[in-house]
Write a protein that binds this ligand. Sequence first.
Ligand SMILES: Cc1cc2nc3c(=O)[nH]c(=O)nc-3n(C[C@H](O)[C@H](O)[C@H](O)COP(=O)(O)OP(=O)(O)OC[C@H]3O[C@@H](n4cnc5c(N)ncnc54)[C@H](O)[C@@H]3O)c2cc1C
Length: 488
Amino acid sequence: MTSQRHFDLIVIGSGPGGYVGAIRAAQLGLKVACIDRDKLGGVCLNWGCIPSKALLHGAEVYDEAVNHGKDWGITIGEVKVDWGSFIGRSRKITEQLNGGVGYLFKKNNIEHIQGHAHIVSGNNGVTPCVVEVKTPTGDYYNGDGGEVYETVTADRVLIATGAKPRELPFAPCDGKTILNSSHAMTLEERPESLVIIGSGAIGMEFAYVYNAFGTNVTIIEMLDRIVPLEDEDISKLAQRAFKKQGMTIHTSASVNAIETNESGATVSFTKNEKETSVDAQKVLVAIGVGPRCDGLFDDSLGMELHRGYIKTDAKDVDSPTYKTSVSGIFAIGDIIGPPLLAHVASEEAVTCVERIAGHHTFGLDYKSIPGCTYTNPQIASIGMTEQQVKDSGTEYTKGEYSLKAHGKAISVGAADGVVKILASKPYGEILGAHIIGHDASELIAEIGLAIRLEATVEDIISTMHAHPTMAESIHEAALGTENRMIHN
Ligand SMILES: Cc1cc2nc3c(=O)[nH]c(=O)nc-3n(C[C@H](O)[C@H](O)[C@H](O)COP(=O)(O)OP(=O)(O)OC[C@H]3O[C@@H](n4cnc5c(N)ncnc54)[C@H](O)[C@@H]3O)c2cc1C
């Protein structure tokens, strides 16, 4: 069957980039369709941010009750974990949320088209953008699309097709022993041992979940520290905290081979020029993600790419439009490259469609994007690391506040951690903030707002923070930049 439905905007992908962009465009009066080859909500709602946080919360509840209950005078008898229910709950949450996106689409009169989108042509000023909708083929992340069952046209197309897990060329994921993050989210049984390759946010979050329940976790990281994108001091503290929790961590270690066998796998790696290996029941490959444009367009379309990601004007100009090299086609979110974060995808989408609709928008400040790792302790940061500040040659001062003396942190049993604020000299402009500790992912928002408002550390100091709260630690760290901390 063919049809020629026409829209002002077709959004391809319904992740936090696509669905947010579609809703904002509809709010601005555009006639919008959103095509997705799988469930609404994208990786974020189905296989990323949301289900992983449900698992992390469950692991934290277990860890607090079983391993730390006695600190609070709570003695627990025999503990049973119903692994199926634990995983099941996180899956149910994803269903609730992708249903929620469907509801929002209906509410905003957005046409939801299920299928694999293939862009045939851009808008050349005479004819509109043409998109074929095909039957989805392959698995969640891979597949070019099969038969065409509808052709739709639009004045503009917004690509938001996201990213997919990278694999090791010599050891592709089989979903049984060698896993990607989606496999690790739905294991039928908890493995007794798990090797995690890569210690970024995703690797460490799974490390925390499995380690908390008693799995023997080994992390192998190629760089010389874990969570290597974070400030060096934070990496060191994280490594100490996770080792204390029982994880084995190998840094400066590079994996050469993974041999599967009846009981699991042997992972061979080189560390300090020495060959070594570790056996485990399962291996999680968490070495990052790469662009996802299988069957999205033909080479003949002339779409310009950069390292496989779709190239836009995002990083080249002050007020990007997110235009690609093909007329009428825009792209946002993971598919245009790092930073690969849900909130970045959403904000880029809003900025893009507001600019398409001629609506005023501030746009994103790529220099102040918060990033969080939801382990216990949590890690959160924004702006420059101390090394980046040093490299920039900016004169700076830092306030480093340890949670050891922090009333709220002590009262909730979370006194391990640090808040570090970097500020310019002499004006106290906030250059970066780095937190490891309880509620770090919530605390970082205050710094984000401060940077957005061009507030100085003096503004944070003169802002009253309620007592007792973790937020007071931001106040203390700000005081620290002026050498006048009270509780340290
Ligand atoms: C385990 C894990 C944990 C994460 N945790 C966090 C976190 O805590 N915080 C955070 O900010 N980020 C996190 N992320 C990253 C976050 O999920 C992504 O940055 C975000 O989902 C990107 O959004 P997007 O809209 O660009 O694309 P996606 O969410 O990837 O959505 C892309 C959509 O496009 C669809 N699609 C692809 N190709 C086609 C096609 N040809 N036709 C039709 N549809 C297509 C897909 O089906 C999918 O629904 C995590 C990722 C993972 C894997």
